[in-house]
Every structure is written in C-alpha cells, then in structure tokens.
Design a protein around this ligand. Structure first.
Ligand code: FAD
Length: 254
C-alpha cells in the first residue's frame, strides 16, 4: 500500500482518532513494536485492541485489529506487529510507516478478552505466535499493578528466533514472583530443550497449565486453528468453558 493519507481528525472512543508514530523497535527479524502518541487516550485494559485504519491517497482504505501490547503511558500506546508475508497492512506498518507519520485508530475495543488486576483467580495464558501480544499486556499489567496473582504463560513459537519479547520474558521469569513461562517450539527447539519440536498438545497443557480445580481464568490467543485446538483441550481436561476466553488473530500463523 502507498503511504497513507489521513482525513479529518476525529477523537472519541467509538470514533477514529489520529495517532502518530513515535518509535519503532525491532522485536524479531519479522516483528516490531510501534510506539504511538494517541492524544486524549482514555486508557485501556490488558487484552483490549485497537482498530487501525490506513487510507491511500486514492481513498482506498484498509482496516485491521492490533492488540494493545502494554499498559498506556499517558497518551503513549504500543502495538506489536508480526509480518504476514504478502499481507497488505502488516508490511506497511513495519517497513513504510515512519516516525512522525499519522495513522487512524479506533478503540480501545473489547470487553471480554480482558484481565482485571482485581480478579484473584490464577491465570493461564496460552499464546501461539503473535497471539502472545495481548497476553504480554496482561503480564505487564500484573507487574504494574503489583499483583501477586499466580500467572502461567505457555507460549508456542516456531523457533527461538521467533520469540517475541524474549529478553523481557527471561527477566520477568526471574523477577516477577508467581510468573512462570513455558516456551515451546513447533519447528526447531533451541539447544538443550527437553521437549521436542511439535504443536501444542494435551500433555503441554496438562503439565504446565493449572488443574481445573484451581478454577483459573484461561486466555488463549493466536491463529484460529491454534486457539480452537487449545480451547478444546482445556475443556476436555475439565476447565469450565465459561472461564476459557479466546481471541483469534487470523487464519493460519503469524
Ligand atoms: C482482535 C485481533 C487482534 C490482533 N492483534 C494482532 C497483534 O497484536 N499483532 C499482529 O501482528 N496481528 C494481530 N492481529 C492480526 C491483524 O489484524 C492482521 O490480520 C494481520 O496483521 C494481517 O494483516 P495483513 O493486512 O498484513 O494481511 P492480509 O492482507 O489481511 O492477509 C494476507 C494473507 O495472509 C493471510 N492472513 C491474514 N491474517 C493472518 C494472520 N494473522 N496470520 C497469518 N496469515 C494471515 C490472509 O488469509 C491472506 O492470505 C489481530 C487480529 C485480531 C482479530
């Protein structure tokens, strides 16, 4: 898509507001975090997302959803975008969208796939690929709130090079009491890994998840197939479907 133009400014939660790119950080060779200045940002809960709208000079528009990756810092918000090869919007946001450029945002959106720090239930987070993004927002919000609610994060990535937030996850596993992270790899495990490469299985969720009797709040996010598989396994293991919340990012991977 050609560099986007932004039509007249609108600024309310249900309508579109204009934000500007402040910084872009590489996360992996195929993903980056965008820091945006979104004037009059109303705040958001971890798990919510924004709709992003790009308008080409000829008026053509493309709209996609992106999860809010971290608690807001005033009007600053963060999105992490994974490149979808041949995608229309993600390569634009990673390669063309430049510091100072405007983009239209609507949100925050979503009231079900959210974690509230006041909720005392243990939390099981299960993410596939870029599905880690809203789950990381929850991990970061837990830290920001000083919460001691026990969190377990099971994160499926293709290879170690595809792991988003790798350094921060290592640091938080060490420093954030009550947070355990279980990485698993579908293509190529890193040296020394005890689990062979493979898709997430009942054994992974049984061993590293919470037992259903703990009544955890479960959040599952990633590609549609991944989310459906994990949700089915959790329910088969005895988790109450009402406590299994899901967010589907797209058809295949990412
Ligand atoms: C609620 C919600 C939150 C989301 N949050 C994030 C986020 O935090 N980070 C993020 O990177 N993405 C996120 N997504 C996915 C994002 O909205 C886009 O779908 C993604 O960036 C692809 O858009 P695109 O225009 O680049 O590709 P498109 O032009 O839409 O698609 C190109 C090709 O890739 C396929 N495709 C589309 N989406 C995906 C996908 N996700 N994975 C693999 N193949 C795909 C399409 O079928 C098509 O064949 C979220 C989606 C939803 C619904």
């Amino acid at each position: 898509m050609a560099r986007a133009a932004v039509p007249g400014r609108l600024s309310n939660r249900l309508g579109w507001r204009v934000a500007h790119l402040v910084e872009r950080r590489a996360e992996t060779p195929t993903a980056g975090t965008l820091v945006l200045d979104a004037p009059d940002w109303p705040g958001h809960l971890p798990g919510q997302h924004v709709d992003v709208r790009l308008t080409a000079p000829d008026g053509y528009r493309a709209e996609r959803a992106y999860s809010l990756a971290a608690p807001a810092d005033g009007d600053r918000i963060e999105l992490t975008v994974q490149r979808v090869p041949d995608g229309e919007v993600s390569p634009y946001l990673l390669d063309v969208f430049a510091v100072g450029d405007p983009v239209e945002l609507r949100g925050p959106v979503g009231g079900w796939f959210v974690w509230r720090p006041a909720d005392p239930a243990p939390v099981l987070l299960v993410g596939g690929g870029s599905g880690i993004v809203p789950l990381m927002a929850m991990v970061r919000a837990r830290r920001a709130a000083g919460s001691r609610v026990p969190f377990r994060l099971i994160y499926s990535a293709r290879t170690a090079a595809d792991v988003l937030y790798a350094d921060e996850l290592r640091r938080r596993t060490r420093d954030d009491l009550g947070l355990d992270v279980f990485p698993l790899f579908t293509r190529e495990p890193p040296e020394g890994a005890t689990r062979p490469a493979g898709r997430i299985s009942t054994a992974d969720l049984n061993t590293n998840g919470w037992p259903p009797s703990f009544e955890p709040a479960c959040f599952v996010c990633g590609p549609t197939g991944f989310v459906e598989t994990v949700a089915d396994i959790l329910v088969a293991l005895g988790h109450d479907p009402r406590r299994v919340r899901t967010e589907r990012f797209g058809p295949t991977g990412g």
